[in-house]
Design a protein around this ligand. Structure first.
Ligand code: 13P
Length: 259
């Protein structure tokens, strides 16, 4: 990317969503390699999102590095009788800074609604965690021409009630469901088109100054080979990476190719 475009762009944020993968030992091995491979990378915010069970150990391992920690979900509640749930304050104990909310897998398997995602996002902000709010259409929705309508409903619903200051600290991840884990990436033009559309919605919800500050990640089969092209789009401000974040080499290559 040329220097002029880079100056106009927001700082890239590239996050690895490990999903339900990695034991503590495997997670430690992965971040130890990433620390070595990425020691000189200062221009990008690098985030790893391990499962809850590895947060404590991974947190200690990355203490002296430029890698930051994210969680994959959290409760909308602060504490109480919610068996199996994890509160924002508990994540803070491990220096978690980011939390993925409303991932399509949670929307699909746990029936998470936009309203629930919005309540979780407000709870995250109240605890000074930065939410990464996921949106994206299914294949059927894209093919029937409903992409913009679906994405607009999700963005408006999932960021409802946020102040401008909170919005500025929120990351939106556009993850077309048909591109997740399928090897089918949105083309850089398709990604840019939806990202620009999302930014226009954010302008109408908040204002232009805020929407220009907000980072919008792309997610869905991001690999070392397609990262550069995607990241060079004017409204693509990073990536949320699944499969390719499970190996140090491929995740580090995505980051290096995005510089
Ligand atoms: P893949 O990179 O495996 O397609 O997953 C994307 C994703 O869901 C990240 O949250």
């Amino acid at each position: 990317m040329d220097t002029e475009l880079r100056l106009k762009k927001r700082r890239l944020i590239i996050a690895g969503n490990w999903k339900m993968n990695k034991t503590v030992a495997e997670g430690l091995e992965l971040v130890q390699s990433l620390k070595r491979d990425l020691a000189n990378v200062k221009e990008v915010d690098v985030v790893v999102c391990p499962p809850y069970t590895a947060l404590s150990e991974v947190s200690k391992e990355i203490l002296d590095s430029n890698i930051r920690l994210g969680a994959q979900n959290m409760s909308e509640h602060g504490s109480g009788a919610y068996t199996g749930e994890i509160a924002a304050g508990m994540l803070k104990e491990f220096s978690v800074r980011y939390v993925i909310l409303g991932h399509s897998e949670r929307r699909q398997y746990q029936q998470e609604s936009d309203a629930l995602v919005a309540r979780k996002a407000l709870a995250a902000h109240a605890a000074s965690l930065k939410p990464i709010v996921c949106v994206g259409e299914s294949l059927q929705e894209r093919e029937s021409g409903a992409t913009n309508k679906v994405v607009e409903t999700q963005v408006r619903g999932s960021l409802a009630g946020m102040t401008k200051d909170q919005a500025a600290e929120t990351i939106v991840a556009y993850e077309p469901v048909w591109a997740i884990g399928t090897g089918k990436t949105a083309s850089s033009e398709q990604a840019q088109e939806v990202h620009a559309f999302i930014r226009s919605i954010l302008t109408s919800m908040f204002d232009e100054q805020i929407s220009r500050r907000m980072r919008i990640q792309y997610g869905g089969s991001v690999k070392a080979g397609n990262a550069k092209e995607l990241m060079s789009q004017p409204d693509v401000d990073g990536a949320l990476v699944g499969g390719a974040s499970l190996e140090a080499r491929s995740f580090a290559d995505i980051i290096k190719n995005s510089l």
